[in-house]
Write a protein that binds this ligand. Structure first.
Ligand code: PMP
Length: 426
């Protein structure tokens, strides 16, 4: 059992006094709890998870290359690899990132077990307790968990439909500086944000970079959804505005660490993500990887190399895009039909809708009504560092099919109606 519910009190508290200070802040994620509940109730439509659609995963191609790679490279496949990761895969990563203007040398790439691990390493490298991490409001729940586990002071900055607002970013920085706070980095998800779904306007990107450069703040650009725009458009990364051929260290950008992942464009089960970082930081990341895992899965990395070299991965990404576009359309249509009093930014890519509930409805209190009506979502409070956000929910269209999505939104309407009736009785 991974969480306390139902656990004997004595058992739960047995090691309480032995935990480190960092471990004390580790708490159960609402999303994981929901997964556990939904797994036992398959009749409930889950709009909670962020799992990619199974329909478009390239299972046939993967099994083909897997057989081939075992036959040809078996000895290496099952052996330890380097902490930095397979050299050929690092080159292929750069081919993918070039689409968004990322230029670097393969020596600037570190492969990790998902980009989640890269974020953990970066936080370990930079954060002492109470150091400030700037981030967007709302914040990706997995990043919040990491920053909290290193006891960072998470300072969030409101967004509008065009993502981070540069003027507000600078105002926040100045306020923190006045309090003598140490701001270590800005964490941003510029494309198809999780959970807010917004994309940082292209004209704001160089401004965000300039502000951070001026104040000596590193940018962590987390971009797992950038290739999943519904219409196929690509946005230049923040990283691309920082790269200069004539820079003193021309191998990579100097003020941005770019994070990417194969989770959403091929399959998360590979657990392969990557960080592209300035050389000195890259060296430190490799040391972190050595200390944490010796190396991440050679098996996954080599299978990915074979897949990327032998199949048209862009065609596969286009299938994902098409499928997510259809599903998002089903969700938007159902929301307009059944829940016109709820508001949201229309997504142009990615996995999520960040839904503002009708006046007076609290997402945490609504959840039991939703479960009874046959649907679950993630309450907005999960995406705030200080438990605000109860007026929002995150609903995802990535995993359920269009019919399930429509049914889920209908159930959500019944839940809201029941909630309002019950609350009126109180
Ligand atoms: N960043 C964001 C914004 C995400 O949504 C996710 C996954 N949900 C990750 C990072 C981590 O992805 P992975 O570790 O699978 O690469």
């Amino acid at each position: 059992m991974w969480y306390n519910e139902g656990m004997d009190d004595d058992l739960a508290s047995k090691w309480e006094n032995s935990y480190s200070d960092d471990a004390r802040v580790l708490t159960r994620s609402e999303i994981r709890t929901l997964f556990a509940v939904v797994a036992e109730h398959p009749e409930v439509v889950s709009l909670a998870g962020g799992m990619p659609s199974l329909d478009q995963m390239p299972f046939a191609e993967i099994s083909k290359v897997l057989a081939d790679v075992v036959a040809k490279r078996g000895a290496e496949l099952w052996q330890y690899g380097t902490a930095q990761g397979d050299e050929r895969l690092r080159e292929l990563v750069l081919d993918i990132c070039k689409l968004e203007g990322v230029q670097a040398n393969k020596d600037n790439v570190v492969l990790t077990s998902g980009s989640q691990q890269a974020l953990d390493y970066i936080t370990r490298l930079f954060i002492n307790p109470d150091d400030v991490v700037l981030c967007e409001e709302p914040i990706y729940v997995g990043a919040k968990g990491i920053f909290a586990s290193y006891r960072a002071d998470i300072i969030s900055i409101k967004m509008d439909g065009g993502g981070l607002i540069p003027e507000l970013l600078e105002k926040t920085i100045i306020e923190q500086e006045k309090q003598n706070k140490k701001i270590k980095f800005l964490y941003t998800v510029p494309n198809f944000h999780n959970p807010a779904s917004v994309t940082l306007l292209v004209e704001r990107r160089p401004k965000v970079l300039e502000i951070c450069k001026k104040h000596g703040i590193l940018i962590i650009e987390d971009n797992p959804y950038g290739l999943l725009s519904f219409e196929g458009e690509l946005y230049p990364s923040i990283y691309s505005f920082d790269y200069s051929e004539d820079s003193e260290f021309s191998n990579a950008a100097e003020n941005v660490i770019y994070l990417g992942s194969f989770s959403k464009i091929i399959a998360p089960g590979f657990r392969v993500g990557y960080a592209i970082a300035p050389s000195a930081i890259c060296e430190k990341l490799v040391l972190c990887a050595e200390a944490a895992t010796l190396c991440s899965s050679t098996n996954s990395q080599m299978t990915l190399v074979a897949y990327l070299e032998n199949f048209d991965w862009m065609k596969r990404i286009n299938l994902f895009r098409k499928s997510y576009k259809e599903r998002s359309y089903a969700m938007i249509t159902a929301l307009e039909k059944y829940l016109p009093e709820c508001t949201f930014e229309v997504p142009h890519g990615g996995f999520y809708i960040w839904l503002k509930l009708p006046e007076g409805v609290r997402s945490d209190k609504l959840l039991p009504y939703a479960f009874d009506a046959g649907v679950v979502y993630v309450p907005g409070t999960g995406f705030y560092a200080d438990n605000r956000g109860a007026e929002y929910i995150r609903i995802s269209f990535c995993y359920p099919n269009s019919e399930e999505i429509t049914a889920g939104i209908k159930h959500l309407k019944s839940a809201i109606d029941n909630y309002k009736k019950q609350e009126a009785l109180k």
